[in-house]
Design a protein around this ligand. Structure first.
Ligand code: PEP
Ligand code: MG
Length: 757
């Protein structure tokens, strides 16, 4: 049924005129409902906007009692309007009153209308409101009319998201409209610290200036050209194999390519263009519908497809709008909080560090590369915040709590004040720790505890000075490989190691050879599919089986360390013979360099990481062969208890302060002592004061940790009597050996003895 006023295209043209008029948002909305009603030959057109309290408030109407505007509200799920909002699906009924969800609102005078067509107002898949037309007659709305109303809804979505429309009167106490409401989202803590600032979208939303098209045929041609361009680009990236930069991984691109050839997706966009939208508006609309549908899915596979479709839509929009997307880093505000779906470490390093106050991600675990880089840069970060990118608008106020793993979006003033205070308190604490920088790390009974830092990037190394640390106890060399988009050459590696040694300026640095494989994949190397990557071909196992890579790294290390002392250690050694083989590779390289007249390190110490439980039972054999040992408690814990260190579901089952773990750790120091082989511990537990207390008590005298942990650990040990703690822990281990953890007992001990943990 085509209206006498000219159908959807005429409606869109008139809408464009209204949008351009210099009137208030409310006046514009009042005109729009009149236009829609006239165009669709409907007696009623109403717009409901979702408020912060989730109620839907009538914001404008043509045909219903105008007195009801800003008075009538519906709960989400209540009545037909509430149902549409909840399901994010349109509803077309020729006899609305016979629908089980129909709910009568006397103030609107709506009982005389029989047919009903309503569509959700969606943006980025979120429901912002509902637009409805109604007729007295038992009318069946045409497919074309539904399309027209959905297109109009898209225009309304932009108006609502801009925040110009506000509830009036008593409804104003509901906290404004839903699109702009404060949100508290829980995620996973990635990097400690509190950041207050404003949203910068890592992938800025494409700003669509023209929603309404002049010439649909021309729009179809633009659309096809843009999709062809995206297809070509993706093909080229895949051919080149250079897909590591900015976290663009091969499988993502493969899926994007698949969807770009998907006829259903393309047909749907073409249909929407034919209703009168520009190509970019059509892509956005179809994607918003897809999001709304897929977000309500619980199947993780389907939800994953949502990301792939988002990615494709973004690429097509970029192609359509040409240079109109401003890259975020060019226009970075002073206090930027970067919000992204996912991000590679290289992309984070591209930002101007001094302007970044925080990072919020939808995906990425605590041991992901991005997390390691965020920690190295001291950027508070939270991940696994569902749907983060579509809950915010660029410029929104936002707070990242990297300690609790929480995000506050558009926080109310009192919340913002509380966080500002929390941030100030932390700064004061940091100041107190800085004051300890030059204090000798001696326990009350005079035991010296070596405090070292863990590092992996050049930016980490200057932390030696801020933290007042003795040296770098663990330099994770794989980070250079992970953030690079091609395999670093021997001279790239040598360059980095030499710079690290120069910045360390005589303080010892323990370089760990490449620890890749398992979950640490290098995008430019062919991934080996394994059933059990954590137990598979990784670290030194790859190094010994493919000695080319290990040789080139050893050569780079030896050259960088020429004329000065050098320390190298090997990860994931499971048996003494593996260390013998690794040492043989080093000896051959030393001989090679000497033969060719290069100078070699003035002293070379070779160490072993103790992180596979089998090694605990060969400590004597290892301690007699190695110059030093370093306990990797992260992996040791993972293999001892068979708990995946990344899997949150099992994370709380076992504790590092359990008798089993403490006895294992004690066996290592005790076993190495008769051989005068020094032992350090470089896993995360060494950086937590209560755990460090336990480690000192069982005999550890050197710990390596993230730079931010040095202050708190030092503050703890200055108040600790090591001999007293040793007796207490020995007693606890003897007495409470069957406890799941000794944490409560150790916390009580610290409390009773005035030790800050
Ligand atoms: C460990 O396993 O404890 C360790 C320090 O190494 P990584 O965390 O790099 O595996
Ligand atoms: Mg490890």
């Amino acid at each position: 049924m085509r209206g006498a006023h000219g159908g959807p295209r005429v409606l869109l043209r008139r809408l464009r005129e209204v949008m351009a008029e210099p009137v208030s948002a409310q006046d514009r909305l009042d005109k729009i409902v009149v236009l829609i009603a006239a165009n669709m030959v409907a007696e009623v057109c109403s717009v409901y906007v979702m408020r912060a309290d989730n109620d839907l408030e009538l914001f404008a109407t043509e045909g219903l009692n105008r007195e009801a505007v800003h008075r009538t509200t519906m709960k989400a799920g209540e009545g037909l309007v509430g149902l549409i909002a909840k399901e994010a699906e349109p509803l077309s009924l020729s006899d609305a009153q016979s629908h089980p969800s129909f709910s009568y609102k006397p103030e609107t005078g709506e009982e005389v209308y029989h047919s009903f067509l309503g569509v959700p107002i969606l943006r980025g898949g979120n429901t912002l409101g509902v637009v409805v037309v109604q007729n007295k007659a038992y009318r069946v709305y045409a497919e074309e009319e539904l399309e027209a109303l959905q297109t109009t809804a898209m225009v309304l979505a932009e108006m609502i998201a801009s925040g110009e429309l506000q509830p009036i009167g008593p409804a104003g106490e509901s906290g404004g409209i839903a699109a702009r409401r404060p949100l508290h989202q829980a995620g996973t803590a990635l990097s400690d610290g509190i950041g207050l600032g404003h949203v910068v979208l890592h992938q800025p939303r494409v700003v669509i200036k023209n929603l309404i098209a002049e010439d649909p045929e021309a729009e179809i041609r633009r659309l096809e050209a843009a999709i062809a361009e995206v297809r070509d680009n993706v093909d080229r990236l895949l051919e080149r194999g250079d897909v590591a930069h900015h976290g663009e991984h091969r499988d993502v691109l493969e899926t994007v390519r698949m969807f770009a050839n998907d006829q259903g997706w393309l047909r749907r966009i073409r249909e929407v263009v034919m209703t009168g939208l520009t190509a970019e508006a059509a892509v956005e609309r179809v994607q918003s519908d897809n999001r709304a549908k897929l977000m309500r899915q619980t199947d993780p596979y389907l939800r994953e497809r949502l990301h792939d479709l988002d990615d494709l839509a973004h690429r097509v929009l970029k192609a359509l709008t040409g240079g109109r997307i401003v890259p975020a880093r060019d226009a970075l505000p002073e206090n930027a909080i970067v919000v992204a779906r996912a991000m590679g470490p290289a992309a984070l390093l591209d930002y101007e560090r001094s302007r970044i106050r925080g990072l919020v991600l939808e995906e990425g675990g605590p041991t992901s590369h991005i997390a390691i880089v965020a920690r190295a840069l001291g950027i508070p970060a939270v991940s696994e915040v569902p749907n983060a990118t579509s809950l915010v608008e660029a410029g929104d106020a936002i707070i990242v709590d990297g300690q609790a793993g929480e995000v506050q979006i558009r926080p109310p003033v009192d919340i913002e004040a509380a966080y500002a205070e929390k941030a100030r308190m932390r700064a004061r604490k940091q100041e107190q720790y800085r004051a300890l920088r030059d204090v000798a790390p001696l326990t009350r009974d005079g035991e010296r505890i070596g405090l070292h830092i863990n590092a992996g990037l050049l930016v980490d190394v200057p932390h030696l000075d801020d933290a007042g640390a003795e040296g770098v106890g663990l330099f994770r060399t794989e980070l250079q490989f992970m953030i690079s988009h091609r395999l670093p050459t021997t001279s790239d590696q040598q360059g980095l190691y030499a710079q690290v040694l120069s910045i360390a300026n005589g303080r010892p640095v323990t370089f760990r050879t490449l620890d890749i494989g398992g979950d640490k994949k290098l995008p430019y190397m062919d991934a080996v599919e394994e059933e059990n990557p954590a137990l598979g071909w990784r670290a030194i196992r790859i190094g010994l089986d493919r000695p080319g890579l290990l040789r080139s790294q050893i050569r780079a290390l030896l050259r960088a360390g020429a004329g000065r002392p050098l320390k190298i250690m090997f990860p994931m050694i499971g048996a003494a013979w593996e260390f013998d083989e690794a040492k043989a590779v080093v000896s051959r390289e030393v001989a090679h360099l000497e033969r060719h007249g290069y100078s070699v390190p003035s002293r070379l110490d070779l160490g072993v990481m103790v992180e596979i439980p089998s090694l605990v039972h060969q400590i004597a054999e290892i301690a007699t062969r190695a110059d030093f040992l370093s306990v990797g408690s992260n992996d040791l814990m993972q293999y001892l208890f068979a708990v995946d260190r990344e899997n949150r579901r099992v994370a709380n089952r076992f504790d590092t302060l359990s008798p089993a773990m403490l006895r294992t750790l004690k066996a290592i120091v005790d076993g190495a002592r008769p051989h005068s082989c020094p032992v350090t511990l470089c896993g995360e537990m060494g950086g937590r004061p209560i755990e460090a207390l336990a480690l000192i008590a069982i005999g550890y005298r050197a710990l390596s940790m993230s730079p931010a942990s040095v202050g708190p650990v030092k503050a703890m040990l200055l108040k600790l009597d090591a001999a007293h703690a040793a007796r207490h822990v020995a007693e606890l281990l003897a007495r409470e050996g069957s406890a799941a953890t000794l944490r409560p007992q150790l916390l009580a001990y610290a409390e009773a003895n005035g030790i800050p943990v």
